[in-house]
Ligand binder design. Structure first.
Ligand code: ATP
Ligand code: MG
Length: 494
């Protein structure tokens, strides 16, 4: 049953959203609805730049029709029955079109079986009552809210609750979503939902790393991320992902710092592609190993959550695969048999198609696949390493030393450190000099120049180039001829 919207909350639809919706409604009639978070935020009078339209029938077809009217860009995802249109007029919002669907879950944590459905089906597949609202946009019913599950009531009573008892086990990512919305709007999670969440938490270990990471990415984009992460930790959600994952006590301050670093870099380093998401994750892992989480756990999390990392081979070869290893089953004994020393406190987990071996006593994390053992390397651990070398940035340091020390670090770590009010003025000046000047300096001399000067490529080559570049950074060599004189002087002495 659809009920015309009435009550204390008034529905204000600002321009240009109003015209956009009317234009869609004029073409699609009763088959298209504004839906989900867009309706929720209209009712709460909060800005929401996501415009989601559900289409009973063919969402892609309607998107193509609207694209003909609005011009601009269209992106079609046939496998999901969705399309996005970005109108040519920059004042008009981007609109996502989705085909109404009915979803059934066979196994917890896996993706549902999807078939086309009615608007009612589509509302019933949604996560929370407050997100299961639709608004009619056809000319005669424009503005009428369809509320099948008391979503408006829950908006009024500021309650987050799911539509049925199996919702969190069907899709455990909804646990993150519930806590995120509760903190964002200062709503309460219904008591029955708190119980359902507690029952569903173990199912989180079944879902893919990417899906968990996506949810935490979204948490980190919220202005009150520290509060949300605290709530997630209180529910025991982070410790299901790793028992050693804790939020550093300084995270609320560090998060402010990260915001500052992101805005500083967008102004001062506009030509670099700084990954703000990496800045936020580094902050979440902590500046110091003592207060944050240990490096080997960060490496494990990067592997588990499919955050940027590399696997560096350190043992074994697929051609000489030890016969004791099987890809399906792996035991601690098999690993120790090939000479890898493990302590008593070891966990073996199968993730992302590989085995991950975490030795809590020896503080190491190894990945195994097809007879090969790998170490995990991740740029997310580098913030802690950077802080451990900051002391060497003292008043007497030379530019070439600054360059040598800071060059290995990702820009994101450097940007974070320079926004830290706890670093000294000298450290600040040195990092600033590296970020704004030193790192752009190109060597005057190349390998070809050395060959021209009679040097044979070999062991010395690299070190001569490095020395000349250092002298250049320190201002002692300013031209090719000065470099040549320096080279002659050194080699004549040598
Ligand atoms: P936000 O303001 O955070 O973007 P939103 O409500 O727009 O909130 P989206 O993640 O953009 O959330 O999803 C759009 C809509 O899709 C939601 O309002 C909800 O109805 C539905 N939805 C999203 N994720 C899920 C899920 N895991 N299970 C069920 N429904 C979902
Ligand atoms: Mg959204």
């Amino acid at each position: 049953m659809s009920t015309p919207y009435s009550g204390k909350m008034e529905l204000h639809i600002p321009e240009p959203l109003l015209t956009t919706l009317q234009e869609i409604g004029n073409i699609a009639g009763e088959n298209a609805y504004l839906v989900g978070g867009s309706v929720r935020d209209l009712l709460l009078e909060r800005e929401n730049l996501d415009i989601d339209i559900v289409v009973v029938g063919d969402g892609i077809q309607l998107a193509k029709e609207m694209h003909r009217v609005w011009k601009g860009k269209i992106q079609v995802h046939h496998q999901f029955g969705t399309a996005s249109v970005t109108p040519e007029n920059p004042d008009k919002p981007k609109v996502d079109f989705v085909t109404a669907r009915c979803e059934t879950y066979n196994k917890s944590g896996t993706l549902p079986k999807v078939v086309p459905g009615s608007i009612t089906d589509d509302l019933h597949r949604r996560d929370f009552t407050i997100n299961a609202l639709a608004m009619q946009i056809d000319t005669s019913n424009f503005g009428t809210i369809i509320d099948k599950v008391s979503g408006i009531g829950d908006l009024r009573s500021r309650t987050i609750q799911v539509l049925h008892d199996k919702s969190y086990t069907d899709d455990p990512t909804r646990i993150f979503r519930a806590i995120r919305y509760a903190c964002r709007y200062s709503f309460n999670i219904a008591e029955s939902d708190c119980n359902l969440i507690n029952d569903a938490i173990p199912y989180l270990s079944d879902i893919s790393g990417e899906r968990i990471r996506n949810e935490i990415d979204r948490v980190l984009l919220e202005p009150n991320a520290p509060k949300i992460l605290n709530e997630l930790a209180k529910f025991g959600i982070l410790s299901v992902i790793s028992p050693h994952w804790k939020i550093p006590p300084s995270f609320p301050e560090d998060f402010q710092l990260a915001q500052k670093a992101i805005s500083w870099s967008s102004q001062s380093l506009e030509n670099d592609s700084i990954c703000s998401n990496m800045i936020l994750w580094m902050t979440l892992f902590g500046r110091h190993e003592k207060q944050g989480i240990p490096t080997y756990i960060i490496e494990y999390l990067c592997f588990r959550l499919v955050l940027e990392h590399k696997l560096v081979k350190f043992f074994g070869d697929s051609k000489h695969r030890p016969s004791t290893f099987s890809s399906k089953e792996l035991t601690k004994i098999q690993i120790t048999n090939v000479g890898i020393d493990l302590s008593e406190n070891v966990l073996l987990e199968h993730h992302n198609g590989k085995w991950c071996i975490i030795d809590y006593e020896k503080k190491k994390t190894i990945v195994y696949e097809e007879g090969i053992m790998y170490k995990i390397r991740s740029p997310f651990t580098t913030l802690q390493c950077l802080y451990s070398v900051l002391d060497s940035l003292n008043a007497t340091i030379t530019s070439s030393e600054i360059y040598r020390i800071l060059k290995p670090y990702p820009l994101e770590a450097l940007v974070l450190s320079i926004s830290d009010p706890n670093i000294s003025k000298i450290q600040y000046d040195n990092i600033n000099e590296f970020l704004l000047t030193l790192r752009f300096i190109q060597p005057i001399i190349s390998g070809n120049d050395l060959i021209e000067w009679g040097e044979k490529p070999g062991k010395n080559f690299e070190s001569i180039l490095k020395t000349i570049f250092s002298e250049q950074l320190d201002g002692n060599i300013r031209s090719k001829s000065e470099a040549y004189s320096y080279f002659k002087q050194k080699t004549d002495i040598g």
